[in-house]
Design a protein around this ligand. Structure first.
Ligand code: ADP
Ligand code: MG
Length: 257
């Protein structure tokens, strides 16, 4: 969390938030899924999003890069409001990397090709440059020696690390993670969280939907607790996990801890 001291030490100009949502409303038919979400995430902040199933966590992530359009309100990334569609949307969407619970790798492409694909197609990198970058990123997530394999030949934890490398290959300004370890066998959770922790330490702005409390406390700067489409608590991880204020958060923590 930004403190007065941090603000004093950094640039004198007022910093534009990396993610800025104001008055965002989202409905699925009659279901009001995001209720007046207003949220600023400063550059470099790691925000943990928790809350019961159906509270709107995934929808929140998906609206930030317009995988879901919103019904009202504004969303800006790095000071630029997302256009509804078209080429400008594709370019801005590429600034927001997303990693899902299911790894969503292309099954018929090698690990290397999975990581090279979008930079060549969307960022118009040469194949040589895209390959060099992919090799570097696969090394960084500890998969360098598996580059020529196909996704099905890798474990779930390895596939998720490839998915992270693939998102990073676009040089995103923000990374969104939606329950990235929920589909993994328990012994593979830490290898993915370690990569995410390293990314957080390098200063990436991150929004992470997860119930991994150890990660939240180690890597997170801020916790948002969602219920019924609203941000009910917005505090630091230690406070949230040790002294949640609302009855709903207390009830929720009682069930997951
Ligand atoms: P969470 O990720 O917190 O579990 P979601 O954002 O996935 O919650 O869902 C919030 C609510 O919106 C839930 O009631 C869910 O059933 C509903 N919902 C999500 N996606 C859709 C959709 N594409 N169509 C209709 N309802 C949806
Ligand atoms: Mg979800």
């Amino acid at each position: 969390m930004t403190t007065a001291g941090d603000a004093h030490a950094s640039a004198p100009t007022a910093a534009v938030p990396m993610i800025s949502m104001a008055g965002v409303q989202k409905y699925f038919g009659d279901l009001h899924v995001l209720r007046d979400i207003t949220l600023d995430v400063p550059t470099g902040q790691v925000v943990i999003v928790v809350g019961p199933s159906g509270s709107g966590k995934s929808t929140l992530c998906r609206t930030i890069n317009r995988l879901e359009p919103v019904d009202a309100g504004t969303i800006a990334v790095d000071g630029r409001e997302l256009p509804a569609e078209g080429k400008a949307l594709a370019a801005l969407r590429a600034d927001v990397g997303m990693v899902f619970q299911s790894f969503n790798l292309f099954a018929h492409k090698t690990i290397l090709e999975n990581v090279m694909l979008a930079p060549v197609k969307v960022r118009k990198l040469s194949r040589a440059d895209a390959k060099a970058r992919a090799v570097e990123l696969l090394d960084r997530v500890g998969i360098g020696n598996q580059a020529d394999k196909y996704p099905a030949q890798l474990s779930g934890g390895q596939q998720q690390r490839v998915a992270i490398a693939r998102a990073l290959a676009m040089n995103p300004k923000v990374m969104l993670f939606d329950e990235p370890t929920s589909a993994l066998d328990p012994e593979m959770v830490s290898e993915v969280l370690d990569v995410m922790t390293a990314l957080a330490r390098e200063g990436m702005t991150m929004l992470v939907v997860t119930h991994e409390m150890g990660f939240a406390r180690k890597a997170g700067n801020r916790v948002l607790f969602m219920a019924d489409g609203q941000i009910v608590e917005d505090t630091d991880p230690d406070t949230f996990f040790t002294a949640p204020k609302s009855a709903r958060a207390q009830d929720f923590l009682g069930k997951i801890l």
